[in-house]
Design a protein around this ligand. Structure first.
Ligand SMILES: [Zn+2]
Length: 282
């Protein structure tokens, strides 16, 4: 999978590897990956929008923040480029608007003043119950909650399927990763990713929330995968793609050759999927 890379010079490095961390400047959060390199550079995943900084082992947090600050414009530009194909105007959640759910189009029917407030699927319609004077943000929240509950109802099954395929197992309240030996069977999937054996000390957690520029993210330390509620608009294949992508980060943090090889092998329709992921409402 192609990736955008931006580099900056930095002073010499010390050979020391440490755990990955996160830094945030303004709205941009980036994961930091320290290794034996001389330069600091940042990559932005061309599909998910995730920003990852690779830095010399002893680069100070202040230096990383200064670097990230200098790259904010560039990162925003890359992320904006990910979503350049608006399909339709963003809905104001008015009665009659077309709303997507799991790759299908529904007509929004608004019903004022009825409790409990929320969104419910009814045949070809999505019915939204909201206060008569509800503003856009309130309605968007109702829709986000609906999307989150939809994702929550399908992700466990999807995650189970892809944990199985990617060789990630959960045992006794722990997520135990047993990596299948798939190096020979899966072309382009390096042995490094196929043969690793890791046991994680925490159960895997999924979080669903509105995100501005990422489809998903994986916090490998907290064992938490966050999915954008907007993903509920896409079809199951695309939801599986993003879920598998984030799950695979539990095995490989970087979008390297092994990572991309593995994804492309499991998703031979990746080009179509990535095209579809560029389409958003605007
Ligand atoms: Zn990723």
């Amino acid at each position: 999978m192609p990736m955008f890379i931006n580099a900056a010079n930095s002073k010499g490095s010390i050979a020391r590897f440490s755990a990955m961390e996160k830094i945030k400047v303004e709205e941009i959060e980036a994961e930091v990956f320290r290794k034996r390199i001389k330069n600091i550079y940042v990559t932005v995943d061309s599909v998910t929008g995730e920003a990852v900084i690779s830095a010399p082992a002893r680069a100070s947090v202040h230096r990383l923040e200064t670097f990230l600050k200098s790259q904010l414009g560039w990162i925003r530009k890359q992320r904006a480029g990910i979503s350049v194909m608006p399909r339709r105007k963003k809905s104001n959640f008015d009665c009659g608007d077309k709303i997507e759910l799991l790759g299908k189009e529904y007509t929004l029917v608004t019903r004022a003043g009825k409790k409990p407030y929320g969104v419910y699927a009814a045949f070809e319609n999505l019915e939204m119950y909201a206060p008569a004077d509800a503003k856009f943000e309130y309605k968007r929240n109702l829709m986000d909650n609906f999307y989150a509950s939809k994702l929550a109802s399908i992700i466990p099954q999807i995650a189970e399927k892809w944990q199985e395929r990617l060789g990630i197992r959960t045992e006794s309240n722990q997520l135990k990763l047993i990596f299948k030996i798939v190096g020979d069977k899966i072309s382009g999937c390096g042995k490094d990713i196929a043969e690793k054996n890791i046991t994680l000390g925490k159960p895997l957690k999924f979080v669903y929330k509105r995100m501005k520029s990422c489809w998903g993210s994986c916090n490998i330390w907290k064992k938490t995968i966050t999915l954008n509620t907007e993903l509920a608009k896409k079809n199951i294949r695309i939801i599986e793609y993003i879920t598998a992508h984030e799950l695979l980060h539990l095995k490989e943090i970087k979008h390297n050759k092994s990572f991309n090889g593995c994804m492309k092998t499991f998703f031979q329709d990746w080009k179509t999927i990535e095209q579809e992921l560029k389409i958003i409402d605007s």
